[in-house]
Design a protein around this ligand. Structure first.
Ligand SMILES: Nc1ncnc2c1ncn2[C@@H]1O[C@H](COP(=O)(O)OP(=O)(O)OP(=O)(O)O)[C@@H](O)[C@H]1O
Length: 252
């Protein structure tokens, strides 16, 4: 069953069409990769779905509801989250405070102090924070300042922050970028475990083909804003259009 559908999704920046008439369906529970050369439109596509950019044309449907043009915080509250690169971490706060802030923000839409008056919601924030910190294996580091975490743990904290809104659909933008092989393996395991334990649907932008072939159920290939292939890893690997567009004819 589709959890996310885009129809004719298009974004133009002046004369440049960054995302061009994209129809994409993501099924509930799958791990979907989006790949493509630099400038193919991957980030723009994600920003359109998560509300950071408004489409020029087309629509986005999440869980049966048209969410086109909604504000990012509304889309988060509906159950769509994005794991940002380090930008989302407050370095001077502890690991726990970072996730707690994100859980509060998701609950209230935007950060407001009156949440303290609502005991239920406060308890909810507390429980969610612990659950998500345990899920990303940072509960033991909860009182550590975020700034002093090693790189791989910071990236896991970003995932924890994205999970604090208890999403059904999680976008991950190059979750293993800059990681050592050990950290990469641990992150791949983590992504697989999150999907099992939390029943998440994951859409992943990733340049590392090995990771994609390990964890993606289906791969959409973007080139110059258009989807040129949308299939299983094996099918994509053998697709001559993909080889041509993505790697200039070099075999994947
Ligand atoms: N805010 C913007 N204003 C103008 N042009 C933009 C803007 N954002 C992106 N673009 C252009 O849109 C195209 C698609 O960019 P986008 O960042 O979505 O590609 P990408 O596939 O994510 O690339 P990469 O793999 O390098 O991150 C590029 O040509 C880019 O220069």
């Amino acid at each position: 069953m589709a959890i996310l559908e885009t129809h004719g999704l298009t974004k133009r920046f002046g004369g440049l069409t960054a995302v061009d008439d994209v129809d994409l369906t993501v099924d509930a529970g799958e791990t979907r990769a989006i790949i493509g050369p630099n400038g193919a439109g991957k980030s723009t596509f994600i920003n359109l779905v998560t509300g950071l950019l408004q489409p020029t044309e087309g629509s986005v449907t999440f869980d049966g509801t048209d969410i086109t043009g909604q504000e990012p915080h509304e889309i988060v509250q509906r159950g769509v989250s994005k794991s940002f690169q380090t930008a989302s971490i407050f370095p001077e706060m502890t690991v726990r405070e970072n996730v707690q802030m994100a859980a509060m923000a998701a609950e209230r839409g935007s950060f407001r102090f009156d949440f303290l008056k609502r005991r239920d919601s406060f308890t909810g924030v507390y429980d969610t924070t612990e659950e998500m910190l345990r899920a990303v294996e940072l509960w033991g580091d909860r009182d550590t300042n975020a700034a002093s975490l090693p790189y791989g743990d910071k990236r896991r904290l970003e995932i924890g922050i994205a999970l604090a809104s208890e999403p059904d659909l999680l976008f991950m933008d190059e979750p293993t970028a800059g990681m050592s092989p050990e950290e990469t393996d641990a992150t791949v395991d983590l992504v697989e475990r999150l999907q099992d334990e939390l029943g998440l649907t994951i859409v992943l932008v990733e340049h590392d083909m090995e990771i994609i072939f390990r964890i993606a159920d289906r791969i959409a290939v973007l080139n110059r804003g258009s989807v040129i292939a949308d299939a299983t890893p094996d099918e994509v690997q053998g697709d001559p259009d993909v080889q041509e567009a993505y790697l200039g004819g070099v075999e994947l």
